[in-house]
Design a protein around this ligand. Structure first.
Ligand code: SAM
Length: 345
């Protein structure tokens, strides 16, 4: 890393353009969601700028593809850039970039969903969770939408457990999503896009939809626009219960989006005790049963999770209860009874 105060500026030497690399390596941009690469240099630089000040930072880029964002990150004067790319065809182009930026670019041919990033950077970068300054590690990526959504759910769980990329502290993320998903991630209480994802992201992180990129800025053009979202894990999560418990309460609350919240929340309890237990949950949590799921604030969810936790502590079988299993079981029982009846006839 450069000594503090000493300005070490790095610029990539002249290189073939991304278009030329695509041609050179015969990388045909097939029209499938995984291959919508960013083609507009100004927008690429804007994505990277929105990640924050990257001078001397350690950056992890997920899904670099032909390397458009990668170049912009390298030109931001980073200490080191680690890229994880699944598609073999992109590796030679990335290798070319690595040769042009000696010692700066580390390439891993692998899958971001399974890559263990917790050992990828020097231990010295670790910061206490409570430190006002997050570690100088940034994650940036424009992944296929089919990967970015499961990945953010996995990483939100990692924020709550302080593992994976968050073993270093409150690592910041700048990722692209389908615009509607970006809107869901950042939707306020009562908003049209308020959903499970809004609550799960916002109880753990400060989440900003920093800008939207029109689909036409990508090659090939996707059907939808793209939202760039920046996440900074909160020092104090707004709900202090295990991730799986919060996930269960939130998932059930949004089960019936258009109905009153008591309908979905009732599914947390076995049918035989549903009415009484749902009433107690809502009363103890001081939540109006006639609010719609989208009208529940994070502080409503905090109370609901705290009360549900108490109920689970009192009844050790409650957390494992799944209303779908009960429904399936009931269906099976009805079928068996019907069969018995028909044999008797
Ligand atoms: N980031 C580049 C850009 O903006 O120009 C490429 C974007 S393209 C939408 C997504 C890239 O992510 C592709 O190169 C694809 O091979 C890669 N990718 C998809 N799934 C991945 C995974 N699970 N792990 C690592 N890379 C992945």
């Amino acid at each position: 890393m450069a000594a503090a105060g000493k300005l070490s500026t790095f610029r990539l030497p002249p290189l073939p353009t991304i278009r030329e690399i695509i041609k050179l390596l015969r990388l045909k941009a097939v029209k499938q969601p995984s291959q919508n690469r960013s083609a507009n240099l100004k927008l690429i630089d804007k994505i990277v700028r929105k990640a924050g000040n990257l001078t001397n930072a350690y950056v992890y880029e997920v899904g670099p593809g032909p390397g458009g964002i990668t170049r912009s990150i390298l030109n931001a004067n980073v200490a080191e850039l680690l890229v994880v790319e699944k598609d073999t065809r992109f590796i030679p182009g990335l290798q070319m970039l690595s040769d042009a930026a000696p010692g700066k670019l580390r390439i891993v041919h692998g899958d971001v969903l399974t890559f263990k990033v917790e050992k990828a950077f020097p231990e010295s970068l670790k910061r206490q969770w409570e430190d006002a300054d997050p570690p100088n590690i940034h994650i940036i990526g424009n992944l296929p939408f089919s990967v970015s959504t499961p990945l953010i759910i996995k990483w939100l769980e990692s924020v709550s457990c302080r593992d994976g990329p968050f073993a270093y502290g409150r690592t910041q993320l700048t990722l692209t999503f389908q615009k509607e998903v970006a809107e869901r991630l950042t939707a306020n209480t009562g908003g049209k896009q308020r959903s499970r994802l809004s609550v799960m992201a916002q109880y753990l992180c400060s989440v900003q939809h920093v800008f939207t990129i029109p689909g036409r800025a990508f090659v090939p053009k996707p059907e939808v626009d793209v939202g760039v979202v920046h996440f900074t894990p909160l020092i104090q999560p707004k709900i202090e219960q295990p991730f799986k418990l919060v996930e269960k309460v939130v998932q059930n609350a949004f089960q019936f989006r258009r109905k009153y919240c008591h309908r979905g929340l009732g599914m947390l309890f076995p049918e035989a005790q549903r009415v009484g237990s749902t009433g107690r949950l809502l009363q103890w949590a001081d939540v109006d049963p006639t609010l719609r799921p989208s009208q529940l604030s994070i502080s409503h969810f905090k109370s609901l999770c705290d009360v549900y936790r108490r109920m689970c502590d009192e009844d050790p079988n409650l957390f494992a209860y799944n209303f779908r299993d009960e429904l399936k079981q009931r269906k099976r029982n009805t079928q068996e009874t019907d069969e018995e009846e028909s044999h008797r006839v």
